[in-house]
Design a protein around this ligand. Sequence first.
Ligand code: GLA
Length: 373
Amino acid sequence: MGDRDLNKVIVSSPGRINIIGEHTDYNLGYVLPTSIDKRIRFTLKKNNTDTQCEIRSRGYEKALVVDLKHISPSNTQWENYILGVLYEIYKRNKELKGFQCTIESDLPVGSGVSSSAALECGLAFGLNELFDLGLSKLDIVTLSRDAEHNYVGTKCGIMDQFASVMGKKDHLILLDCKSMDYTYVPFFIAPCKLVLLNSNVTHSLADSEYNTRRNECEEGVSILQKKYPFIASLREVNLDMIESCKMAMSLKVLNRCTYVVQENERVLDAVKALEKGDLKTLGSLMYQTHEGLRNLYEVSCPELDFLVDFSKNVDGVLGSRLMGGGFGGCTLNLVHEDMADAFILSVSEAYEKEFHIKLTSFEGLPDMGTTLL
Ligand code: GLA
């Protein structure tokens, strides 16, 4: 450490996958994500100015130039993740000063592996190191989530940021989004592996419908509270309680609440299955999650449904589901490693024939969270 250049840091910040537990985080339930080996790299240097910052991203010619004293939202989405983080940090800590940053990434954008959380958390982590801001890892996670709420406008939960920062090689994180307690679950699934299939579609509904789902769940909670005043979220609810209030709910709200309660159960069942090495049960839970997201939560789309339905007729695929917020991005597939290549080949051909879109695939390997290089 003695030789470290105090004016420069390099940070590597990962994307995330989620084995199960979708749309449960903002309902204060359970999730089972991990960070992966697809990452964003930040090179950050002090520039000895008080408030002038310049951020360059490979692939974008124009640098983002920011004065910390005058931060305001941009019309370019990726810039808002950066601006939001700078705003949230500067609001808390004026030790942040001017810097230069270069960003390089091998994380596919808009594919449901949360390049946005990697961007937010990696920048916050790097600035914390560079300026010795005294932020804890949990501070980095929460301020990055706040950046997304306040600057991007997506009222996301805590999962993506938490997984990106806290991930551990060869492990999943079982996170209780109510207490924020977490445990690392060893993840050894040989002879299977996780294959991500990127549909390469992002439907524009994603952001607005995400916030709508959140509101629908809150509506469900307020109906349930009339009979069960002690509940604060869907986390404290079971299916009998929903049944007893269903006459007061629209079908939509009923379905949303039912999905969330069932999905929380599935996360805990998935952990038990993993502990027993029962990959068949894990795969079946993944299929159930997809059905719930398709029929009850209504965040799927024809492309994702096609990929999941196709997988059901392929030897060696144990489970498949859409991953992340929905309306595009990736499916996560639990596949026997000997059959993985044949599966990718056949599903890619069928998908291109149906939608005239090329599928891309990669393996999801649990890797360490945000780190200094
Ligand atoms: C997005 C959000 C997360 C989570 C997932 C769905 O990735 O950022 O907080 O809600 O969708 O599980």
